[in-house]
Write a protein that binds this ligand. Structure first.
Ligand SMILES: [Zn+2]
Ligand SMILES: [Zn+2]
Ligand SMILES: [Zn+2]
Ligand SMILES: [Zn+2]
Length: 309
């Protein structure tokens, strides 16, 4: 089969496209080559390929979990890809039907595999079917970039994310457990659903993210604009609980104080914000704290982070 027959090569290339076939033409071309499809089926999986490779969905390349589907030629497909291929086997284009590949499901059940975060330090070995659950909670799994101002796909351990925040997002870095920050915005009418500022604090050998942002409370059009400040811990939730923090904002003889527990950056920035787990300042109050003629927002936020005993 490794003769380099260009016709078969073309067929293979076509048969391995990621998207389900869009045009009738394409399906017709493939369906006329019934015999060649059979040949492809035989040659598709080399005997040397490991069981692990067999368990990789040919469409999304993720590991497959029950129910694992197969076409009448034996090509396998994961259950999340199945509804997306319009009942056509993505490998040979034959009708997919509703055949489960019980043999492969049973083989999978007999496997023990290392956690996929091995390179991050996890040494766990797990049965195939509980590996996924472990990985969703593995303490070595990488963190998402905590920067919320734009979509960012970077993941990594804490030291690499700290470097990423500093170098790529130009985030301000501060040493110490107390802070005194000024947030100034010349046009307070302009309240966007966006992160305003992120500052990283380093103290107690840990890193904390101070978020300050404006957002619309309630319905998008009628809601009152508010400001929120909160702290996130760059680490897991069980460790975040060992710390506390306070934030203060005020002016013109008035003061608001918030005391809280930093949230882990495992919780998304949006999740923390939407649970109002921070110092929330109504805009009218923020403007009166700012003094002046209410044309400019000028907030001074002071804060402190401590370690609980
Ligand atoms: Zn898939
Ligand atoms: Zn097939
Ligand atoms: Zn793990
Ligand atoms: Zn980032």
């Amino acid at each position: 089969m490794a003769s380099g027959n260009s016709f078969f090569e073309d067929m293979r290339t076509k048969s391995e496209v990621i998207d389900p076939p869009q045009s009738e033409d394409m399906m017709d071309i493939v369906e006329t080559g019934n015999d060649s499809a059979q040949n492809i089926a035989k040659s598709h999986v080399p005997v040397t390929s490991s069981v692990h490779d067999l368990l990789e969905c040919p469409v999304c390349l993720n590991a497959m979990y029950p129910p694992i589907h197969q076409c009448s030629n034996g090509h396998t497909l994961c259950s999340s890809c199945k509804p997306r291929v319009h009942n056509r086997c993505p490998t040979c284009r034959h009708e997919l039907g509703n055949i489960r590949c019980l043999a492969l499901e049973k083989v999978a059940a007999s496997l023990d595999l290392p956690c996929k975060y091995q390179t991050y330090g996890c040494i766990g070995i797990y049965p195939y079917y509980s590996k996924l659950k472990h990985e969703s909670q593995c303490i070595y799994r990488p963190y998402n970039c905590p920067y919320a101002g734009s979509e960012c796909d970077i993941v990594g351990d804490i030291p690499s994310l700290v470097a990423h925040l500093r170098d790529d997002h130009k985030v301000d870095m501060h040493n110490g457990s107390t802070f005194n920050h000024r947030y100034v915005k010349s046009n307070p009418q302009e309240v966007e659903n966006a992160t305003w500022m992120l500052t990283v604090f380093s103290c107690f050998g840990q890193y904390f993210c101070l978020h300050f942002e404006a957002f619309q409370l309630g319905s998008r059009n009628g809601g009152a604009p508010v400001y929120i400040a909160f702290l996130r811990f760059m680490g897991d939730d069980n460790e975040a609980k060992n710390y506390g923090y306070s934030l203060e904002v005020g002016g013109q003889g008035r003061k608001m104080v918030w005391q809280g527990i930093p949230r882990s950056i495992r919780d998304s920035h949006r999740k923390v914000r939407d649970s109002f787990d921070g110092l929330i300042i109504q805009r009218n109050m923020a403007l009166s704290f700012s003094g002046g003629d209410r044309k400019e927002l000028k907030l001074r936020v002071t804060g402190r982070i401590w370690k609980e005993q």
